[in-house]
Design a protein around this ligand. Structure first.
Ligand code: FNR
Length: 189
């Protein structure tokens, strides 16, 4: 069987190391795991005023999520939390009330930063948000990637064997987690 994983890159930076990490993950994906990016940069700032009539960009955004079997969050840590742009995207997806795009949708989190804790605090906060949004979250493997210059080439090749093996294993674990969740919570149930 094959699963479609929509991924969010939490950074809007043109030189994002988390985008590089996402590229690396797409390259390392095992057979049967297919990745598609879910862009967040064109969403306006969310307001509940939109709930009566979501704009086309937000409808498309929610439909893209609905079309995926699972989600992966690849995020930096900003000020010991997740970037505002990513939180904004999550808020859009969680609404209108009763149409939460995350409900029963399995997800994983991962991120990289130059600092030694590798986005651990941001990921911890993101887990709290996704837990509230009723997304079954992969608990293990956790992945806190410390980024060193050259770790991932511009086209997504991981230059360090240890990191490459770790990321490959992360993806195999994610694949297994998604398969187990979908067994008990089929997408269209
Ligand atoms: C940072 N950075 C950062 N790093 C970290 O490990 N913990 C933190 O709390 C923060 N806070 C923070 C706030 C803001 C506003 C910026 C711009 C940066 C550094 C951050 O890890 C680094 O800039 C990464 O390159 C960000 O990831 P992307 O955007 O390159 O994917």
């Amino acid at each position: 069987t094959s699963h479609k994983v929509g991924y969010f890159v939490g950074s809007l930076s043109s030189t994002s190391i988390n985008r590089l990490l996402a590229k690396a993950l797409v390259r390392l994906a095992p057979p049967g795991l297919h990745f598609v990016e879910i862009p967040i940069k064109d969403l306006p700032l969310y307001s509940a005023d939109y709930d009566v009539d979501y704009p086309p960009v937000a409808r498309t955004f929610k439909q893209t999520i609905a079309d995926c079997d699972a989600l992966l969050f690849v995020t930096p840590e900003y000020n010991r939390s997740i970037p505002g742009g990513l939180k904004n995207a999550i808020d859009w997806a969680s609404r209108p009330w009763g149409q939460n795009s995350f409900a029963r949708k399995p997800s994983g989190v991962i991120g990289t930063s130059p600092g030694a804790i590798g986005t651990a605090v941001a990921q911890s906060q993101l887990r709290g948000v996704l837990c509230f949004c009723n997304s079954p979250l992969m608990n293990t493997v956790e992945a806190y990637i410390q980024f060193k210059p050259g770790l991932i080439t511009p086209d997504g090749e991981v230059t360090d064997d240890g990191t490459k093996n770790f990321l490959s294993n992360y993806l195999v674990e994610l694949q297994g987690f998604i398969a187990r969740v979908l067994t008990v919570l089929p997408r269209d149930a």
